[in-house]
Ligand binder design. Structure first.
Ligand SMILES: Cc1cc2nc3c(=O)[nH]c(=O)nc-3n(C[C@H](O)[C@H](O)[C@H](O)COP(=O)(O)O)c2cc1C
Length: 419
């Protein structure tokens, strides 16, 4: 079985198998935004689970702008105590030899009010002053205005500061003993906002062409390489070309530039707050699942939401290590994806929150028959008042928000410290 085989990345990092725990914001760092006891307890459980690689939940590189109020962040001022907590975190994640990568993020225009030190009146940052569009309804417009507002177009100075913040996050991860960092450039966050022409209308060195739109990520990668070592893994989580404005040839050119800059692997995902494709049909109110909404039959057959795009990338970049995340639930689905050559690593999110030991207990366990090797997760339904609000507001992100809440409760149970 390919799934259980070792994979050596170009950086030299050895993954004992091809199953990676995907990044999941833990929702547990409410007041201190550090890798606290509870968070480290959850990672001790994942460390025992037999994963080939662990990706942490997103760590915000600016403490002013968080993706959610409970995120871990990289405060401008480091302290010995904080760095010691990071070191302990890295040691605990890797206690059984599973390499662990810190996912670094900046939410850009997707930082809700109250998340981070920014004041209620401070605008979010984005490449261009384009607010989130949750749909035509008045409630959708109010939700986007009140929660996120219209972002400020970043100055070149703002961009340079954000680059420094990513580099600082990587340096602290490296010093703590993590094996690498992954830049979060998917799900509509700041780097994805730069990459896409739908949200980047700049005409300076950071916009105007596919190359210039990815320039911010290229600079971050080169600077991280300069302050770490050649065997420190630098990867990127990247959206498939899912916005109508994202041309496949532009996205492929951006990937070529990222490969030239020295990424170790590319993780493929998709979706944004406006259109949360990364959650599949979880959280989508049932009455909305008519005609165009239900998942394509081909997607159901091969499980993964983004495998088709991975195949397109594979054709242009046969040697690039590809990880695909989204929808994998069964051994046969994961093994099939690897055997097809579309990807080299399968990323697993929600099942990992329910079964921290999903690889050893189920998928890689030879005593479990193929037909039983399945996460069997129930679909998350949006019900009651919430369903009504989703329906009248048209804001599908609220459904995805419920999914996130449900799985963060699972992570919370893993993190409960037993006396
Ligand atoms: C609770 C929760 C938190 C998540 N947080 C992150 C995150 O911090 N960074 C990220 O890239 N994706 C995040 N995701 C998305 C997952 O990494 C993954 O792309 C998505 O859940 C689809 O994979 P799955 O079908 O295996 O769950 C999160 C998902 C969940 C359920």
């Amino acid at each position: 079985m390919l799934l259980s085989q070792e994979l050596v990345l170009p950086s030299g990092l050895r993954l004992p198998n091809r199953m990676s725990k995907a990044a999941m914001a833990e929702g547990l760092a409410a007041t201190t935004h550090d890798p606290n006891q509870k968070i480290r307890k959850a990672y001790r459980e994942w460390a025992k689970g037999g994963w080939g690689m662990i990706l942490t939940g997103n760590v915000q590189v600016s403490d002013d702008y968080l993706g959610a109020p409970q995120d871990i962040d990289v405060p401008a001022q480091n302290t010995d105590e904080l760095q010691a907590a990071w070191r302990e975190w890295a040691t605990e994640c890797q206690a059984s030899g599973t390499p662990t990568i810190v996912q670094l993020n900046h939410p850009g225009r997707q930082s809700p009010a109250g998340a981070g030190k920014k004041s209620f009146f401070t605008k979010n940052l984005a490449p261009s002053p384009i607010g989130l569009n949750f749909g035509p309804g008045i409630l959708a417009k109010v939700a986007s205005k009140v929660l996120f507002g219209t972002p400020k177009e970043m100055t070149v100075q703002d961009i340079k500061l954000v680059i420094d913040q990513f580099v600082e996050g990587a340096k602290r991860s490296y010093d703590a003993g993590f094996k690498g960092v992954e830049l979060h450039a998917a799900h509509g966050y700041l780097l994805a906002q730069f990459h896409s022409p739908a949200t980047n209308r700049r005409t300076d060195e950071f916009g105007g062409s596919a190359h210039k739109r990815v320039e911010i990520s290229l600079r971050i990668i080169r600077r991280i390489r300069a302050v770490t070592s050649p065997n420190f893994s630098i990867s990127i989580k990247f959206n498939s070309a899912d916005a109508a404005t994202d041309k496949t040839e532009d996205v492929l050119e951006q990937i070529r530039l990222l490969v030239d800059a020295g990424i170790d692997f590319l993780e493929i995902s998709g979706g944004t707050y406006e259109n949360p494709l990364m959650m599949g049909d979880d959280g989508v109110a049932k009455q909305d699942m008519s005609e165009d909404k239900p998942m394509k039959a081909s997607t159901i057959k091969r499980e993964s939401f983004f495998l088709e795009f991975a195949q397109t990338v594979r054709k242009s970049f046969p040697g690039l290590v590809l990880m695909v995340t989204g929808g994998f639930r069964t051994r046969t689905g994961m093994e099939g994806a690897l055997q097809s050559g579309a990807c080299d690593i399968v990323g697993v999110g929600r099942p990992a929150a329910v079964y921290p030991d999903f690889p050893t207990k189920i998928i890689l366990n030879e005593n479990v028959k193929d037909e039983d090797a399945n996460a069997n997760l129930p679909r998350i339904e949006v019900e009651g008042a919430e369903k009504w609000i989703v329906k009248i507001s048209g804001v599908t992100a609220l459904g995805a928000g419920k999914t996130t809440r449900v799985y963060q409760e699972h992570i919370g149970s893993m993190a409960a410290i037993k006396a």
